[in-house]
Design a protein around this ligand. Structure first.
Ligand code: ADP
Ligand code: MG
Length: 384
């Protein structure tokens, strides 16, 4: 799909920002470029959509040299998301999302339908269409930035540190959301980051850059297991827990499969009964289709016992969940650091399928720490 052949970039003044890189990217692949600041990531991205022209080498998209294409046309066929979001402050969300469709002269009706469809992908409703960027949170604005890149349905999307400016929790949420989105949309994505956690979480293959050159290319697992040199090792970070445990990798392998739950239309009294029976202080709330909706805890119930009757009235919908096929190494530290007592596990349709508790994690963490890194156990234990 995208072929980078012996590409170099020398800026005016002689700075060699990119030095002879070659890479074949397959259709539907999620590639992460990662490396320290100034290693040539942005330069590489901009050469792909011809915001910058290579000094040497060539770039082919589906066999066609991009230099043979009209640059404006080319850019409309490639989605581009950048860290600074780049939403236009005086345009509504609708206008911002449908910038490229407008250039492509879509009719109003089609643009609006597309915008609605896209907003739905990130669980945002039609009420956002007429709002302005400053009325949205940073995370929502960045979601709109991503949607804008998807608007005309381009097969290739470039993302240059798109989540870099977000706070860690919003960033996690967007990464998770985006990974799911990618599964359904099957785009080819070139994603730049300087955050190894992000690369490991998102990438099919990671490309590690240093001073304009490719140091290593491989799947996250290959890179974690066989870093080619000290630079890569350093980059991976010595504190990456759970990375090399061979047999247990996915959350579904450690989760408990009978989470204690209650449906929304049940009463608070039902909830109290279940909590008492099962000796738990919190229940996951699901709908009739077993879709996770939130949770209720004993404090809330006792507070609202006189004022509310049904679970749906007191449900807390701010529930953090993980996917059953996400990697344990991605989930563990997050769960521990945030101090959750448990985290519900869902499938790709948000059906509740299990639960991971802190107790389970303690076992896993102990089991998986190897050799000389024992001091880390002590650190981890302090977090419980
Ligand atoms: P990254 O995105 O990995 O941080 P960049 O691709 O932005 O790196 O930059 C790579 C190198 O090229 C850096 O040393 C940077 O200072 C230099 N550079 C970037 N843009 C220009 C420019 N327009 N003119 C001269 N040097 C540049
Ligand atoms: Mg950059």
């Amino acid at each position: 799909m995208l072929k980078i052949e012996k590409v170099s970039k020398i800026y005016k003044g002689g700075k060699k920002a990119v030095n002879n890189i070659s890479l074949d990217i397959k259709k539907g692949e999620f590639i992460c470029f990662i490396g320290p600041s100034g290693c040539g990531k942005t330069t590489t991205m901009k050469m792909i959509n011809r915001l910058i022209e290579p000094s040497e080498g060539q770039i082919l998209i589906n066999g066609e040299n991009i230099m043979d294409k009209d640059p404006v046309q080319l850019r409309r066929e490639i989605g581009y998301v950048i860290q600074q979001i780049g939403l236009f402050p005086h345009m509504t969300i609708l206008e911002n999302i449908t910038l490229v469709p407008k250039l492509l002269k879509w009719e109003e009706k089609r643009k609006k339908e597309r915008a609605l469809e896209l907003l739905q992908l990130v669980d945002m409703g039609p009420e956002y269409l007429e709002r302005y960027p400053h009325e949205l949170s940073g995370g929502q604005q960045q979601r709109i930035g991503v949607l804008r890149a998807l608007a005309s349905n381009p097969p290739l999307i470039l993302m240059d540190e798109p989540f870099g400016a977000l706070d860690p929790i919003t960033r996690d949420a967007l990464q998770e959301e985006f990974k799911n989105l990618q599964r359904t949309l099957n785009k080819t994505i070139v994603f730049v980051t300087h955050d190894m956690d992000e690369a490991i979480k998102l990438a099919d293959r990671i490309v590690i850059l240093k001073a304009g050159e490719i140091v290593q290319v491989g799947t996250p697992d290959e890179i974690l297991r066989n870093p080619v040199n000290e630079f890569v090792e350093e980059f991976i970070g010595k504190d990456r827990l759970l990375q090399t445990r061979p047999h247990v990798e996915l959350v579904e392998q450690i989760m408990s499969r009978n989470p204690i739950s209650i449906t929304e239309e049940k009463s608070l009294n039902d909830a109290i009964k279940i909590m008492r029976e099962k000796r738990v202080d919190s229940l996951l709330v699901i709908d009739e289709q077993n879709v996770l909706k939130g949770f209720v805890d004993v404090e809330t119930i006792s507070e609202f016992r006189k004022k509310a009757t049904f679970i749906s009235e007191v449900i807390n919908t701010e529930v953090y969940s993980v996917n059953q096929d996400s990697l344990i190494r991605d989930s563990v530290q997050k769960i521990l650091k945030r101090g959750f007592k448990y985290v519900p596990v869902v499938d790709h349709n948000k059906h509740l399928v299990g639960i991971v508790t802190r107790a389970t994690l303690v076992d896993i963490v102990y089991d998986s720490i190897w050799g000389e890194e024992e001091h880390q156990i002590a650190e981890m234990v302090e977090m419980f």
